[in-house]
Design a binder for this molecule. Sequence first.
Ligand code: ZN
Ligand code: ZN
Length: 674
Amino acid sequence: MDAIRPAYRGDAELARLLSDAGIRTSVADIRDLLAGVNAAPAGERPDRWLGLVGTDLPAALVEQLNALKATLPIPADPEFGDHAARLNALRAELHRRGLDGFVIPRGDEHQGEYVPLRAQRMAWTSGFTGSAGMVVVLKDRAAIFVDGRYTLQVRQEVSASLFEYRHLVDDFHGDWAAEHLKAGQKLGFDPWLHTVGWVERMRNALARSGAELIAVDDNPVDAVWTDQPSRPLGLVSPYAESFAGRSSADKRSDIAAELRRQGNAAAVLTQPDSIAWLLNVRGSDVPCTPLPLSFAVARDTGEVDWFVDRRKLAPGMEAHVGNQVAIRPPEELGAVLDELGAAKAKVSVDPNWAAVWVFDRLHTAGARIDREADPCLLPKACKNATEIAGTRSAHARDGAAMARFLAWIDREAPTGRLTEIDAAEKLLSFRRGGEHFRDQSFETISGAGPNGAIVHYRVSPKTNRAIEPGSLYLVDSGAQYLDGTTDITRTVAIGQPTAEMRRHFTLVLKGHIAIATVRFPKGTTGSQLDVLARHALWREGLDYDHGTGHGVGAFLSVHEGPQRIAKVPNPTALQPGMILSNEPGYYKTGAYGIRIENLILVTPVEGIPGAERPMLGFETLTFCPIDVRLVEPSLLTGEERAWLNDYHAEVRAKLLPQLDPDTAAWVEAATAPV
Ligand code: ZN
Ligand code: ZN
C-alpha cells in the first residue's frame, strides 16, 4: 500500500507554522534535531520525538515536521561497507598524526550494554556486530578479539584478509600489540572509551616492547567516518514519583550523606542508568533501555550538575529536577572537574565504569581521586516498596501476555508452519496491548531446535528456522513497563518430547527450584548460591556456560549490577529489595536448548523456628506456566513437586482474572498438578 504522505512544502512554510505555534526554534535547528532523532532508536513510539519540538503541537505543524523528517536520511548500519577502504583511510589518518596503531573497543563513553550508532566504531571498522570485542589496527596488520560466543559470527562478518581473529579472554590484545610494535612506536587510544584498569594493564604490556601508549584528543575513526551518525537525541521525560517511589531530592540527600561518610566532596557519575535513577528521569537514546546518555557530578550537599544536551529534554524539565540540579551542556564537564581540582577536592570515581579521561582530567587539575563504586549502584539495586509493588504488577500483566503467547504456540506450532520470527513478532504483539508497555527490554531470543542451544542467539532472516514437531522451542524475552522491567525464559515441547529432553529439562528445573527456595544468612553473596542451580546437573556430568542470575532494574536496564548469581566471585552481599534473574539452563549443541527463567526478589525470611541468625530468601516475581509435559515427576523430590504445584496455583490466581476464556482454559490445563 502506498500511504498518502503529505509532501514537505519547504522551509518557509515550516518556519511560518513554527512561528504561528509560538515555537522559536529555527528550521536549521529542527534539521539538526532531526539528525539526532534519526540516530536514536525509533522504538515502539516513533512519534515520541515530537515532544522535543513542543507539546500540543497543531496538526498542520506535526504533519510538516513528519514530512521534513521523511526527507532526511536514516543513518546506515555502521557494520556494512568497504572495510578495506575504511582501514586504509584510518591508517592514513594515524600516519598523519604520527601514530603507529590505534585501539578500537566496542563500547562508548559510558561502557553501557547498548552503544548508540554514532559510537559503533568497532562495527564500522571491522563489520563485527557482537556485544563484546576489541580491534587493534597497526600499520601493516590488524586483529579482532572476540570471546567464545562469537567464534563463528566473527568469521561470517569480518574479512580474514583484513583482520586476524583472536580470543578476547585468552589472548590479551595488549600482548598482541606489544609483539608487533617496536621500541619508540606509538599506539593511540581514545581516553573516553577505556577504563583506568585497561590503561594500566595496557601500559604494562607495551612496556615490554618499549612502545608507548598515547591518549588522543579526538578519535581518528571519527575523522575518517564521513557519514558518522549524530549523537542520539531521544526524548528525556520526568519519571513520576508514583512509579519511582522516592523523590530525587531524597535520593540526592542519601547520596550526599554517603559522600560525606566517605569524606568525598563529590562523585562523578558516568553510568546513565545511575543518573536516570537519581534524577527520576527516563530517556530513549539506546534500544530497549529507557535511559538518557548523560554525565553528572553529585555533591556532598545534595546538589547535582547534570551534563546533558538540553535539546533532548521534555518541556518543564527544570521544574521537575528542581533548583538543586544544574542542567549544563556536556562540554562543561571538564571545566567542573577542573574546579574540583582547583579546590583540591577529594572526588569519588568508579574505576570499573568511568572513562580514564575523567581520572586524567581530575588528576591534572589537582583533585584527589577516591576509587569507589558509583554511590547510586547499591541504592538503585535495592528497590523501594513502590518499585517492588510496580514490578509485581508489571509481572502479572507480562505473565498474561506470555500465557496468551504460549497458548497460541501450543495451538499453531504443531503444524510446523511457524518460524522463529513469526513467534517473536506474535509475542511482541501480545505485549504491545498491555498497560504501561513501553518497549521490549531486549531483543527476543526465539530459538527453535538447535538454535535454542546457541546461548546468545538472535534470530535473523538468514538463520530463521521453522518450529518443528518433536523439537524444543526456547523463548527468552522481556518488556519495559512504566512500573517495571521483565525478563522471562520458557522452553516448550512442540509435539512429543523425548525421554532425554524431559530428563534434562527436569534437571534444569531442579536447579531453578533450588534457587527459588533457598534460605541464606544475611551477608551471603550470589556466587555462594550459584552451585545450588547446578548441583542436579553436575551430578549427571552436565553444566551450562553462563551465569545463573543477573540484577534487573525498575523500568531501567534489564542487566544491572552490582549483584549477580554466577560462578565468578562477586563481593556484593544479597540484600532485601534486590531483583535478580533465576535462569539455569542446559544446551545440547546441534540439538536443543533448555532454560527456565523467572525474576526473583530478595526478601527477609522471618519466623523460622529456632533460627539464630537473620535469614534471607527469594520471592518469585514471574508468573507463567512451566511446561509440565517436559517434567519427569519421578526425578523430583516431594518438596520440589510441591513447589511446582504451588507455583502453578499462584500462576492461576494471578493470570486467570486477566485472561479470555480460551486462554484461561489453556492455563488451567497447563498448570494441572503433577
Ligand atoms: Zn532472559
Ligand atoms: Zn535474564
